[in-house]
Ligand binder design. Sequence first.
Ligand code: HEC
Length: 163
Amino acid sequence: MTSRRHAIALTLAACAVLMPAAAGGQGAPPAPPAYRPGLGDLMTMTVQPRHLKVGLAGQERNWDYLAYELHELEEALERVAKLVPKWREIDIAGLIVGSTKEPIEALEEAAKKRDAAAFNEAYARLTAACNACHQSAKVGMIAIQVPRGSSPFTNQDFRPAKP
Ligand code: HEC
């Protein structure tokens, strides 16, 4: 190969590599917009089921699972605070810490001590914290309560594992 032909071959090879980038992604479909769930979506998808599962675990005295699910609820609330720090001028991030941190810590203590009475008391306070924020955010029609009746998650066993 002459050095001139060699140079042409090299240039063509470089073009083949660089062209798709140089074309500005022409032909490639545009990236879909990121999915951004709203506050009500996050509450319904992540906070509500975890609050319910913590309640069911407490009813079954399943302390190991309760400690696990409580941590999941805590993380779900942290993600809400990060993704929606403000909602209609309301300081969601600040209110989440201010209202739910203490009852969640009390629930952690109750799970550690396997204390059903302490659990019931702290769970009622956590539920009241949900409602206090709903009221201050003027969505007081969203009323959270301690779960009643049998579990809606019929594919999950909330009873403690047999030793
Ligand atoms: C920091 C304030 C705050 C806290 C704490 C909070 N929420 Fe909410 N929640 C809201 C707001 C505001 C909305 C309305 C969001 C919207 O309409 O987009 C909402 C919406 C909801 C909804 C959606 C209602 C529906 O039927 O579609 C549910 C369910 C819910 N919250 C459950 C809970 C539970 C359970 C807790 C406690 C573990 C909780 N929330 C704690 C502020 C809060």
